[in-house]
Design a protein around this ligand. Structure first.
Ligand SMILES: NC(=O)c1ccc[n+]([C@@H]2O[C@H](COP(=O)([O-])OP(=O)(O)OC[C@H]3O[C@@H](n4cnc5c(N)ncnc54)[C@H](OP(=O)(O)O)[C@@H]3O)[C@@H](O)[C@H]2O)c1
Length: 308
């Protein structure tokens, strides 16, 4: 696979599965169950959303295991992206291959479509992990490779090292939403476009803060609360505008408007969904476009939420 387009995706967004098995941040088992996740999986596929992003870290392997089970039960043709976290006790190139083999076991697959380095930890050189990714492609364990949370300099070095192996860097997965626009201001999105690397936008709904259901009287909990609760009253001004703009697009929801904004920016968002309703709503973010004037108005409303 040479470019993102070679994935031949039928969708403009994917589905993120961090919450599929994660108790600490997302409260897996309280308020949503495997049954809900299976329905989210089925609903996504029937809506044409076949790209699933997971990681060995999510739920300590539970996310990958659930996806593997759903694929088998549904006999579904899906595109799977997973990730390797180079944590301290795994420092050799061989450890990456072993980790990928374990991911494949949990997923019940012979290969994945995209294998990503989860975080640019400095315990081993960047080249070690790029050489490991290249080996994974050469062994047929993944169709393509990507990175995640890499800054401009790290991404360029990853791109150059992979080029020595004749392998393209397909994607860089970073946080990108109306509440986290740094990829636009720090040159990352621009460099992605110049080098033909797809920016995969994670937490595109700001972990739920951009869905309109959390307010100063109904707050987020756990890590999400620490990050966003103090800004909720300001975020409400933005979500009110998103809601109003959605009305003008045949009744699109404000979550759909927030996701469509990331699509209009040329990125590939991977919103998390805990149930079929969320998956269905998020699928409706594709297939239409905000106008330039709407984009300008939304960005104006988003500016300064953190700085005021
Ligand atoms: N590479 C990395 O370092 C990294 C880091 C973070 C995330 N990611 C990836 O990106 C994916 C998405 O990011 P994220 O899960 O952090 O945040 P997100 O997509 O911004 O938010 C997802 C959460 O918002 C709520 N939600 C989603 N759709 C909704 C809807 N239509 N209506 C109402 N509520 C809705 C759900 O939580 P509630 O119902 O509980 O509100 C859902 O779990 C992850 O699953 C993961 O695959 C990668």
């Amino acid at each position: 696979m040479k470019t993102w387009n070679d994935m031949n995706l039928p969708c403009q967004l994917g589905i993120g599965t961090w919450a599929w098995g994660d108790k600490q941040v997302w409260g897996y088992g309280k308020g949503y169950s495997d049954y809900d996740l299976k329905e989210a999986f089925e609903l996504s596929i029937s809506s044409g959303i076949t790209f699933f992003d997971t990681a060995e870290m999510y739920g300590y392997g539970k996310s990958e295991s659930l996806i593997g089970r759903f694929i088998r039960e549904q006999k579904a043709a899906v595109i799977i992206a997973t990730k390797f976290m180079p944590v301290p006790w795994r420092l050799r190139q061989h450890d990456l291959i072993r980790a990928l083999e374990h991911s494949l076991e949990r997923l019940g697959l012979k290969s994945v479509d995209l294998y990503q380095i989860h975080w640019p930890l400095h315990l081993r050189s960047l080249n070690t992990w790029m050489d490991g990714l290249a080996e994974a492609v050469e062994r047929g364990l993944t169709r393509a490779v990507g990175v995640s949370n890499y800054n401009v300099d790290q991404m360029k070095r990853a791109y150059d090292r992979l080029a020595i192996h004749g392998i393209p860097l397909l994607s860089n997965q970073v946080e990108f939403s109306l509440l986290h626009r740094s990829p636009e201001t720090n040159g990352l999105l621009k460099t992605c476009n110049e080098l033909g690397i797809k920016l995969i936008a994670y937490s595109p709904l700001a972990m739920g803060a951009l869905t309109g259901k959390y307010t100063s009287t109904h707050k987020l909990t756990r890590y999400r609360g620490i990050r966003f609760n103090r800004y909720l009253s300001r975020i409400e001004d933005l979500t009110n505008l998103l809601r109003e703009i959605g009305q003008g697009h045949g009744g699109k929801s404000l979550s759909q408007v927030a996701l469509n904004w990331t699509i209009c920016k040329g990125t590939f968002p991977i919103p998390g969904a805990k149930n079929a309703n969320q998956a269905k709503e998020n699928a409706g973010a594709q297939g239409w476009n905000l106008t330039n004037d709407e984009i300008t108005a939304i960005e104006l409303a988003a500016e300064g939420i953190f700085g005021r």
